[in-house]
Design a binder for this molecule. Structure first.
Ligand code: ADP
Length: 201
C-alpha cells in the first residue's frame, strides 16, 4: 500500500449523515491492515470509560476500534505521549478516528503532532451540524489536511446528492436554537440536499 505522501500526513473524510464516511474510513483502515501496518482506530464513547469497540457503517461493515471519552484518552491509548517524540517501534503507522466532530479543539494539535511524527492520520466526521453550520474543529482540520474527501448522501426528499443532515423532532424540522441534546424527544436525522434542508428560525 504505497502512500502518495513521503511521511506522515492528515486525511479528512467529511459529509452529512449517511454519506458513507464510516464506510470510507473502514475501507482505508482495512487496506492498511491487509498491508500489515500497525493501525489504531478510535471513536467517541457514549459512556465515560474507554473500552474495546468497533466502528460500524450503516450498511453493517465493521473494524475494531477503541471507544474513548476524549482526546486525553486517545493520547493515553497511544502508549504515552513520549511515544509521539521517540518514534517507538510499537507506535501505530496509521491512526483512524471516526465521529471527529464530537471531540474538542484539542484534537487538532494531536492530529498534527501525529502527522509530524510520521503517522498517517485518517479522520472522519460531519463537516456541518444540523443547522448546516461548520461543526466544531472541522474547519481547522479541513484547512490543515493534505487530503480532503467530501462525500454526499442521497436526499430523502428528491434523490439528489445530499450535503446536509436534516434534524427532525417529532417528525418536524428542528429549530436553529434547539439544544443539541434533547432529553426524551423523538428525534431523527435524514440526509437532504441544500434545497430540501430546513431549519426553523
Ligand atoms: P456515515 O458514516 O457518513 O453516516 P455510513 O458509512 O455509516 O455513513 O453509511 C452509509 C450507508 O448508509 C450507505 O452505503 C447506505 O447503505 C446507507 N444509507 C441509508 N440512507 C442513505 C441515504 N439517504 N443516502 C445514502 N446512503 C444511505
Amino acid at each position: 500500500l504505497k502512500s502518495p505522501y513521503a511521511g506522515g500526513h492528515l486525511e479528512v473524510i467529511v459529509g452529512p449523515m449517511f454519506s458513507g464516511k464510516s464506510e470510507e474510513l473502514i475501507r482505508r483502515v482495512t487496506r492498511a491492515l491487509i498491508a500489515r501496518q500497525r493501525v489504531q482506530v478510535f471513536k467517541p464513547a457514549l459512556d465515560d470509560r474507554y473500552h474495546e469497540s468497533a466502528v460500524a457503517s450503516h450498511a453493517g461493515r465493521t473494524v475494531s476500534a477503541v471507544a474513548v471519552r476524549d482526546v486525553a484518552d486517545i493520547r493515553a491509548q497511544l502508549s504515552g505521549e513520549g511515544a509521539l517524540l521517540q518514534a517507538q517501534t510499537d507506535m501505530p503507522q496509521v491512526v483512524g478516528i471516526d465521529e471527529v466532530q464530537f471531540f474538542g479543539a484539542d484534537l487538532v494539535p494531536l492530529a498534527l503532532a501525529l502527522a509530524d511524527a510520521g503517522v498517517r492520520v485518517i479522520l472522519a466526521g460531519l463537516d456541518l451540524d444540523f443547522r448546516a453550520e461548520p461543526f466544531g474543529c472541522m474547519p481547522e482540520l479541513l484547512a490543515r489536511a493534505e487530503s480532503v474527501e467530501k462525500l454526499t448522501a442521497i436526499c430523502t426528499t428528491c434523490g439528489a446528492p445530499a450535503t446536509r443532515s436534516q434534524r427532525l423532532i417529532g417528525g418536524l424540522p428542528a429549530r436553529f436554537d434547539d439544544p443539541v441534546v434533547l432529553v426524551g424527544a423523538q428525534e431523527s436525522y435524514e440526509a437532504r440536499c441544500r434545497l430540501h434542508h430546513e431549519v426553523i428560525h
